[in-house]
Write a protein that binds this ligand. Sequence first.
Ligand code: NAD
Length: 331
Amino acid sequence: MVAVHSTVLGPALGGCRVWTYDDPTLAVRDALRLARAMTYKAACADQPLGGGKGVIALPPGTRLTGRRRRDALLDFGETVDQLDGRYVTAEDVGIGSRDMPMIAQATRHVCGLATSRGGSGDPSPFTALGVEAAIRTTCAQAFGDASLRGRTVAVVGLGHVGSRVAQRCARAGARLVLADVDPAKRVLAERLGARWTTPARALTANVDVLSLCALGGQLDEAIVPRLRCRAIAGAANNQLATDAVAAQLAAREIVWAPDFVVNAGGIVNIAVEFEPSGYDAGLARRRVRAIGDTLAEIFAAADAERTTPLAAAVALGEQRLAAAAAAARAS
Ligand code: NAD
């Protein structure tokens, strides 16, 4: 299935995920929710893209392999093609780089292919670059200083993005606390001279910055009173269990950088594929660094309006969508 939430700013971009669902209606709900989140991510990052999402839903206990996988990917590609460019697909959970060329056999509306195929390749280094820029802006907001030298940063989740965030922070002079459910990731902690701990301990560690780079939903009403960090900025999607947690964090004077602003580096990078002159990694890096400026704008608006950074980020996205819709009506 494909969900298109908005094409007001441009073609709806969003990865395709292969995932198991107990019930097909849950898959529909997931696609709709994720497509909406992509709209706000692109709007806040000021990209000429809308929000969409693809889902190949599997019944519980099934795996998609061999001939069936090939057929499903081609079917999905045909579905994308029927939308005639209103939706552009990319990689997401459960889809590998070998799957994308298969989808691309059925439609040209695919992006994020390998650089050897003219695409923008792995988005993770760009996401990590954006997270570092966001951590610096969040430090400026919380401590009045964007430098990471001497700051303590806990990174929870050391996968494609988190491992790079940790390396970037170490290079910038931060002292690190690292955690992952996978004990093999301890090697990175040893290499960076970081303190290794469990994810539960890292979450409530006495640090300046907490960078959540694993799964979503880790910040709920029970954990907030136990947090000992002053600022939170990480790559994980949907970090807040509910929107009410944003107010709870603000009441404790913990600066939370909205996740969909922080982790936009991947789509900012992919959007460069749409440039008339084609993909350019240097241009992508310059644009990804601007995530720090966007976040500064959001913090300033939240302070001025006496609201949370979450509300200010949503308002910024809505403002850009309304302006583009008004411009389209006028032309
Ligand atoms: P990944 O799968 O490469 O890494 C996730 C890491 O988190 C793994 O090392 C895993 O062992 C660890 N992990 C899982 N559960 C954990 C837990 N409960 N506590 C601690 N560690 C745990 O994923 P990724 O590509 O690095 O993405 C990380 C997060 O950032 C995800 O939420 C993803 O949706 C989001 N994100 C990623 C990108 C990107 O460019 N890859 C872009 C935007 C958002």
